[in-house]
Design a protein around this ligand. Sequence first.
Ligand code: ADP
Ligand code: MG
Ligand code: ZN
Length: 442
Amino acid sequence: MSTSLKQALKSHFGFDGFRSKLQEDVVNVVVRGQRDVFVCMPTGAGKSLCYQLPAVLAEGITLVISPLIALIQDQVDHLKELNIAACSINSKLPVGERRLILADLRSKRPKLKLLYITPEMVASPSFHPCLTDLCSRGLLSYLAVDEAHCVSQWGHDFRPDYLKLGELRARIPGVPCLALTATAPKNVQEDIVQSLKLQCPMSFVTPVFRSNLHYDVIFRDLLPNPYAHLHAFIKKALAMDSGAAGQGCGIVYCRTRDGCETVAYQLNKLGVVAKAYHAGMKAVDRTEAQNEWMQGKVLVIVATISFGMGVDKANVRFVAHWNLAKSLAGFYQESGRAGRDGLPSLCRTYYSRKDKDQLNFLIRQEVTRRQEKRGSFKETDKAALTDLEAMVLFCEHEGCRHANISKFFGDKTPKCAGACDFCLNPKVVRAQLEQAAALSTK
Ligand code: ADP
Ligand code: MG
Ligand code: ZN
């Protein structure tokens, strides 16, 4: 079984082996085709292959739901390069091409293996007969829902059209569903299972805990010189004093464009080659900053959270949050860009209660604006504030940081063994909290 899968992996995708045991396990279960499957693995882990390989090996067609035409286009292009019959039906498709695809789908033995569509397309009635027809002829092998967290109103990329996927499932009974996502806190996982009507799904979830990441929190308002503190941290993280070459690189996340510019400037002044990266820069400058960082010419990129999507760099030795992240889920994803190579790496947050109040204010303002526009209150309006609360609690909590994150994602308590400031020395964390309390009553 497994050897034939490996052969198929090689012949169709050119890979010598599975990325991970988890990827292999998922594929093994999916090809059996009997169960709904839930996959939560980090970005870059190779989730697409979990349905692409089974799709290639199956008799019929795999329907893939993905939220963005751009994402779909990348995947379809890539599959076509591999000579795998894949295409996408979307609102931008010329009528002629669309007609060709539909003709193939109606034919006795369709050539197509993977059909990508956006959830809007699922909702379009013109597409219903085609699906029903395929299903009744037993030609739908799997339904794969990529970026499945978009179904949850607690998630950050909620797409109302994803909610219609439940109806879609009812229309194609017996077709196993595979839901994939990179980030899913417990409540989002529950939403996915419920909305997509997953039947006792087999869950494959990368453990949240990563023992090579050291988490700590520094109260920024207590520092006499924050930039010097950041500089010292970077020097340590990149082992700059040891004179070793190729010591890796790092990311500093800031909330604002000004913040990025200021921190980058200060770091350069202190002798660290750093560059800013944010949406206010010209596209060429931004690309240049990213490329130089990828090549190791720039050691530190000082960026807003727009940086990092799809960036897969192995030797990121540290991720520092100069400003508080808006949510713990976002924070976990951003800080998780450190240590992809498995080597020890540092994840630091420079926490500030002033910063927290500001962020709280901004979020409330945004929620009010949305409510006024809509004229009503929705339960999910609270989501953004609950997200922030979880992040604040992470910083203010006197306990293991890893345990805090794992609990948030519904995972079991990990064996931190000194991989966070609290487990390393609880007294330091306590002292910092006491100092902060004293400061705020002054
Ligand atoms: P995800 O959706 O989990 O973020 P992707 O499916 O986009 O990840 O895959 C990330 C990268 O890993 C892609 O370039 C893909 O070709 C590659 N990849 C996936 N599986 C394997 C494998 N078994 N061996 C080598 N590379 C792989
Ligand atoms: Mg993906
Ligand atoms: Zn700990």
